[in-house]
Design a protein around this ligand. Sequence first.
Ligand SMILES: NC(=O)c1ccc[n+]([C@@H]2O[C@H](COP(=O)([O-])OP(=O)(O)OC[C@H]3O[C@@H](n4cnc5c(N)ncnc54)[C@H](OP(=O)(O)O)[C@@H]3O)[C@@H](O)[C@H]2O)c1
Length: 256
Amino acid sequence: MNKSDQSPMTPLENHIAVVTGASSGIGKAIALRLSEEGASLCLVGRNNDILQEVAENIKKKRGGFSSQVKTYQVDLKTDEQIHQLREQIQKDFGSVDILVHSAGLFYMGRVKDVSIRYFDEQYQVNVRAPYLLTQTMLPMIRSRAGQVVFINSSVGVKAKAMVSQYAATKHALRAVADSLREEVNADGIRVVSIYLGRTATPMQAAIYEREGRVYQPEQLMQPQDVSEAVVNVLALPKSIEVTDFHIRPLHKSDDI
Ligand SMILES: NC(=O)c1ccc[n+]([C@@H]2O[C@H](COP(=O)([O-])OP(=O)(O)OC[C@H]3O[C@@H](n4cnc5c(N)ncnc54)[C@H](OP(=O)(O)O)[C@@H]3O)[C@@H](O)[C@H]2O)c1
């Protein structure tokens, strides 16, 4: 039996969700969790083989839901590809209920050392791309009084040593989210920033390697924990909104 024949429906069933960074870590976990709620998924990333694997995994796990899953190979550093993504999703789905910005880049190092080239690259992926993608998708999101999720970081609120460039991009992302919220709340659109501590993903494994530390992913937050929180925020009644959601592990180890 099709799940849509059963009641009650989940709050996110039949919602159309676009997730950037869906090929890895937090974005992948959010996509999988949204599909368990019956949402249709647009998976965005650069590596189509990996996106296909995620799509297959979703298809296996979505039970009786009649939701769809499609993959979109996009380099978010390229404006043209962002516009093409919008056109393709408009053709495939017509509207968007949920836009999750999870794609991100991280470089570390002292201000005195790190190449300005890395700053430009992080700005492109962490700030400019979510801005442009939101801008181009806004009519489709508005048509559904949808929701926008910006995956941010604890250092997007308070920077620390070695992360000046990344933290600056995440501070900027917070500003984009805060401005956008003020502009679109009146249309029934909710905008939330999710501020994360260290989470066990390939990005975090690379950070540990760079720091010369032993990677113990079990001591960190898990992508599934983050996806659970995000889905719960998205499923809240539309009469309220969460604006800023800070998540950190209950048990602290060093600087998590
Ligand atoms: N992990 C943490 O501890 C942590 C903490 C705080 C905040 N965050 C934030 O959480 C988000 C997800 O990070 P993660 O830990 O899941 O990292 P991850 O495992 O490295 O995944 C990063 C994702 O971003 C995508 N991406 C990077 N550059 C791209 C580009 N030019 N075009 C399209 N996609 C691109 C990657 O896709 P492809 O490589 O397939 O293109 C990948 O799916 C990021 O915004 C990160 O800043 C993470």
